[in-house]
Design a protein around this ligand. Sequence first.
Ligand code: GAL
Length: 655
Amino acid sequence: MTNISPTFGVCYYPEHWPRDMWEEDAVRMVECGIQYVRIAEFAWSRIEIKRDQFDWEWLDNAISVLGAAGLKVVMCTPTATPPKWLVDEMPDMVAVDENGKPRKWGSRRHYDFSHIGYRKESARITEIFAKRYGENPHVVAWQTDNEYGCHATIVSYSNAAKEGFRDWLAQKYQSPDALNRAWGNVFWSMEVQDFSEVELPNLTVTEPNPSHILDFRRYTSDQVVEFNRIQTQILRKLAPGRDLIHNFMGHFLEFDHYDVAQDLDVAGWDSYPLGNLERHFDDANWKAWYLRAGDPDMQAFHHDLYRGCTPEKRMWVMEQQPGPVNWAPWNPDPHPGMVRLWSHEAFAHGAEVVSYFRWRQAPFAQEQFHAALNRPDGSPDRGYEEAEQVSNELAALPNTKTEKAKVALLFDYASIWATEIQRQGADYDGFILVREFYAALRKLGQNIDVISTRSDLTGYELIVVPHLLMVDQALVDKLEKSGARVVLGPRSGSRTRSHQIPDALAPGLLQQLIPMRVLRVESIRPGIVIPVEGIGSFSKWAEQVEPGDGTDVLLTGGEGYPAWVRNKSCSYIAGWPDQNLLSQIMKETLQNCGLTIVETGEDLRIRDRGQIRTIVNYGPKPQDASGLIDRNDEILIGTTMINVGGVIILHRAVR
Ligand code: GAL
């Protein structure tokens, strides 16, 4: 696990500014405490003006200026913005939307991951960049492309995707019969006699076969993996010893990030707490309360997710929100102190680098309303001051290690796709369920590792599995052998890998851990709840389960059906629990695991690294944090009364 010696970065676009500004910019970056500068991810049109006609002079120069100031450069492959001449050469390289419409050139990410011609171009320009800068002493890391999937660009219904999907299916199933069986194509006469008869699952009269869509989602995810791998293979050869990074997004589920991360050294991610709150949360009161802070758990969730993704388990925040953004429906100003808070929190969760987006606000083009560390006239904005403050504060703190947590939350992309494909209740969103489980654990003061089905499960006391529809035997064995307590959420194990109901009914293979059967399920409209033993209730979803041998009923729901059942160390929640119920279940389980519970309340959160505890206040009111601080702890930063946007860092007397 990583030894944190916190470092700062910034995203910089030398091509946006006159050359005579670069030197001063570089000097001021260093003054602000910045060490890394990410450049060139959108610079293709300035480098290759026409095919094979290159202008390197400005980029060579920019690297030298930055390097001379002592900055380390993160170079990017520029493939997120293929230039106009290239799209004109290959007009069919753009992605196609669900309605069959091509998505035109004129902004960014106008390419199709399946397009073989564009893949070759992506390899060509990567190689050209890598030959030029791969061993440049100032270039210490590479970012591949930029935010795979931003603007909903993963799933494409192009001809290239259709051809690719047919080949992928032929390799996977070997015979049309096997495919027909796996998908259940006999239903509605959907059988095919040849792989060339398979169509893409769009524009059908009513819903396409869920197994078909699920395989298509897996196929599209694999294309991102391959696209990225083509670049990393070139960079590994030509940029030896450099860290390879991609900047993933928050709340983004369209491809399997664990798979892509296998080819990277560092999982970077772009943290926009206020944009994400506005865009991805529904509850108006919640959004009003956290308007200027962001959801208290979502940054932490993504830190914990991406920290565990790469083989080396390394994570950076590649783009940190510095002030109001431009892309959510509404774009509020963060509380004073929030940029500092988000940065401290990222380091507390194991970020090696926090890099701000961007150095100077652009007075032109699409992002004119997006704040930066500096205003368009170059004067430092609030984000600059807060970044500088964090860097001074962290320089004075001891380095600490991120240790393996005792609690893990298992998160699986394909299961998210499965409920998107067949929700059964209009508001059944697997990611929201995951968010709620994660938040419940955090409010009980837990450090959490977000893990995948491929993770090593040894050493955990508790493994929480909120939303895992599809399991295989190896995972069930691994869970059993881990010795951890396991809590399963509703719909666990309810589908096979091909998206069919398991022969033995849900939870399918998980019956090895907990003998039971799910006999019937129902979805419930908003406003209606099913009480659970005076503790809380189920909403959205409830199941009628039949406990098997040795499985006890711990809680019962409204109609007398078991709501929470347990066999030895594995328990199952048979519905969508509200906050109280979930909190009670988690509390009891944590106690059974012998883990210490620290109740943080709604607005405060803690994160421990060894003996260093970071406490943050996401609420819009000052808070008394004395309940989270022991008399003998030494406060290194902050005061017990924690301000809005405030941070406390303390050295704990005992762990
Ligand atoms: C990110 C993107 C950046 C910039 C930023 C604005 O999604 O990577 O290029 O657009 O959002 O918040």
